[in-house]
Each structure stands twice: as C-alpha cells, then as structure tokens.
Design a protein around this ligand. Structure first.
Ligand SMILES: NC(=O)C1=CN([C@@H]2O[C@H](COP(=O)(O)OP(=O)(O)OC[C@H]3O[C@@H](n4cnc5c(N)ncnc54)[C@H](OP(=O)(O)O)[C@@H]3O)[C@@H](O)[C@H]2O)C=CC1
Ligand SMILES: Cc1cn([C@H]2C[C@H](O)[C@@H](COP(=O)(O)OP(=O)(O)O[C@H]3O[C@@H](C)C(=O)[C@@H](O)[C@H]3O)O2)c(=O)[nH]c1=O
Ligand SMILES: [Mg+2]
Length: 292
C-alpha cells in the first residue's frame, strides 16, 4: 500500500506521518512544499506517476486566515488549485484522495451544530478558498474523503494554544472572544481519525464523501483560553494567573470574519467509521509540551 502525504511539515501532517509510519504494509512518501508544491500540476503528475499511490492525503494548505484577505490569489492557488491537481492525478490512476477542510466553510449563524449537508456560506477568503477546494476535489475524483475539522492544535506549529502561551509570557491580561463557539481538535486525534478511515477503506469499506470530525466539548475561544491558562498555572508553566476578560467579536476586530457557531455535528463519521469525538482537554494535560 503506497500512501502519499503532502505538506509534511504542517501541524496535522506531522502527527499523520508519525502514525502512518507505525502501520505495517504501508510505504509512505511524505513531501514538503519544496519537494512537492501542490500548485504545480506538472510536478504533481510526475510525483504521482512515479510513486503510484493508492491513497493521497492532502494536508497542505494556506492556513493564515487573516492574511488570506490580502493574499487571496495565493490562498486560492494552494487551497483550491492544489487539491484539484492532486484529485485529477488521483483519479487518473484510480487512487483515493483524502482532503482536509474546515468549519470556516460555514456562515456560523445556525443555532445547531452543522451537519455535512448544511448550506455552506464562508465569511472569509480562507473559507471561500477551502470550499472551492472541496468542490474541486469532489468534482475531479469520485473516490474522495473530505474531512472537515475545526480549531486544530498540537504541541508544535501555529495554533491557538501556542499563541496563548506565547502571549502569557509578556502579558498579565488577555481578552478573548466569548461569542464564537466550536470544537478544539487535537491534531493527533485528527491524524488518528484519518488513519482509522484509511484502514477501513483499504479493507474495502466504500464510504466516500464529506465528513465532520472535531473535538468535544464545544466551547468558546474564551473558555478554551481559560482552560489553557489554568493547566499551565497548575503545572508551573505559568508563574502567575492570567486575567482573561470576556470580550466580544466586535471588541477584537480582525481582517477575516470568523463564524460565531463553528460547531460540527460528527454523527455521520461515527455511523460510517465508528469514530467518536475526541476530548480535547485530554490532549492539553501535558501542557508543558506546548509552545517550545
Ligand atoms: N489549523 C487549523 O485550525 C485547522 C486546519 N484545517 C485544515 O487542516 C489542514 C492542515 O492544517 P494545518 O496542519 O493546521 O496547517 P499548517 O499551516 O500547519 O500546515 C500546512 C502545510 O502546508 C504547506 N504548504 C503550503 N503551501 C503549499 C504548497 N503550495 N505545496 C505544498 N505544501 C504547501 C505549508 O508549508 P510552509 O510551512 O512551507 O508554508 C505547511 O507545512 C489544512 O487543509 C487546513 O485548512 C482545518 C480546520 C482547522
Ligand atoms: C490572539 C487572540 C485571538 N482572539 C480571537 C480571534 C479569533 O476570533 C479567535 C481565534 O483566533 P486565531 O487567529 O488563533 O484562530 P484562527 O486562525 O481563526 O483559527 C482557525 O484557523 C483555521 C486554519 C481553521 O481552519 C479554523 O478551524 C480555526 O482553527 O480568538 C482573541 O479574542 N484574543 C486574542 O488575544
Ligand atoms: Mg490564525
């Protein structure tokens, strides 16, 4: 079984590579941007023709949500055209493509957690470019899994946990928005979900389409931040408590608009693949491993 992973130095890709490396009967080719720029169709076709993957996992993306408002062309190149190139090449050799997407494809004005068939209406260039990527993948390769996740974090990489711990080094008070809700998701749990899906696809379980997978419980960014600081204080990572004033989205203006409701309903992935939402708090327990 040959598996190709793109964007190998990314937050989620790093967890994925670690887990895929433990699988027997898998030959893994994980490439970074220099080795395989997914926006280059000639290079994509060459790598895929030579390696002949059974499964392509696209973990490469443009993820700077605010910068995407200014760098829209680059965001679309990486988040739409790149996945399209991979999906076309996958389809040509009858391979499966697994593509990661985001809660930011939704408007966030629904009161309920979003299901896979809900209307998409991204509010940002990042979200629009990711939605265009989903559509390009689905159009180009029928054997596709599109996995939407949310609020990803890991010990390594750029994420909210590391941002909060970095800010806490120089501030005693950090206002955090209390009116945007979602499911923080540990990158290792996203990788585990993908590996679980891979194993079942390999066993012949055909269940292509869009799936939601995120962590639990659903919280506001404010509650997420509070939990991070509480654990950091308890474990001596922080020497003094941090004040965390409740603020609103209006108090924290950003170039890109975020959904107020980012909650993803994860029933479908449970029914098809037996995956249950992971407890993000369990992954934060080793808070001293973060932000180093
Ligand atoms: N982070 C999050 O909170 C969430 C992420 N997602 C999705 O999960 C996926 C992975 O995200 P995450 O791991 O957090 O993102 P990261 O930004 O950590 O990783 C993305 C990787 O893609 C690489 N990359 C950028 N452009 C290209 C290119 N043209 N060709 C090849 N590689 C490229 C980057 O390389 P370089 O560092 O050199 O730029 C980086 O290593 C993305 O699809 C993202 O949209 C979904 C929901 C939440
Ligand atoms: C740094 C900071 C952020 N915030 C707010 C801004 C925003 O509404 C929220 C989260 O900010 P961030 O910029 O860290 O998160 P953001 O980059 O929007 O995170 C998103 O990344 C992309 C890639 C995804 O796909 C999403 O699922 C989501 O994880 O917290 C504060 O209120 N106070 C602060 O000090
Ligand atoms: Mg950000």
């Amino acid at each position: 079984m040959n598996i190709l992973v793109t964007g190998k130095n990314g937050q989620i890709a790093r967890c994925l590579v670690k887990q895929l490396n433990t699988l027997p009967d898998v030959t893994l080719l994980a490439l970074d941007r220099d080795q395989l720029d997914i926006t280059d169709p000639i290079r994509v076709n060459k790598v895929i023709a030579e390696f002949s993957p059974n499964i392509i996992i696209n973990a490469a993306a443009y993820t700077a949500v605010d910068n995407a408002e200014q760098e829209s062309a680059l965001a679309y190149a990486v988040n739409r055209d790149g996945p399209f190139n991979l999906a076309v090449a996958a389809n040509n050799i009858n391979a499966i493509i697994i593509h990661i997407s985001t809660d930011y494809v939704f408007a966030g004005d629904s009161l309920a957690a979003y299901v896979e068939t809900d209307n998409t209406e991204p509010q940002s260039e990042y979200g629009r470019s990711k939605l265009a990527g989903e559509q390009a993948v689905a159009r180009a390769c029928s054997q596709h899994i599109i996995l939407r996740t949310s609020w990803a974090f890991a010990e390594h990489g750029h994420n909210f946990v590391n941002t909060m711990l970095r800010l806490a080094k120089t501030k005693t008070s950090i206002g955090v928005v209390a009116d945007q809700f979602g499911g923080p998701t540990y990158a290792g749990d996203i990788a585990n979900a993908i590996v679980t899906i891979v194993k079942q696809l390999v066993d012949g379980h055909q269940a292509y389409g869009i799936y939601h997978y995120s962590g639990f419980p659903h919280v506001s960014w404010h509650v997420f931040a509070t939990k991070i600081f509480d654990l950091a204080l308890a474990q001596g990572v922080l020497k003094q408590p941090i004040q965390v004033p409740h603020i609103t989205t209006l108090d924290y203006p950003t170039p890109a608009k975020r959904p107020a409701n980012s909650r993803l309903n994860c029933d479908k992935i449970n029914q098809e693949f037996g995956l249950v939402q992971s407890d993000w708090q369990a992954a934060l327990v080793n808070i001293e491993e973060y932000s180093r």
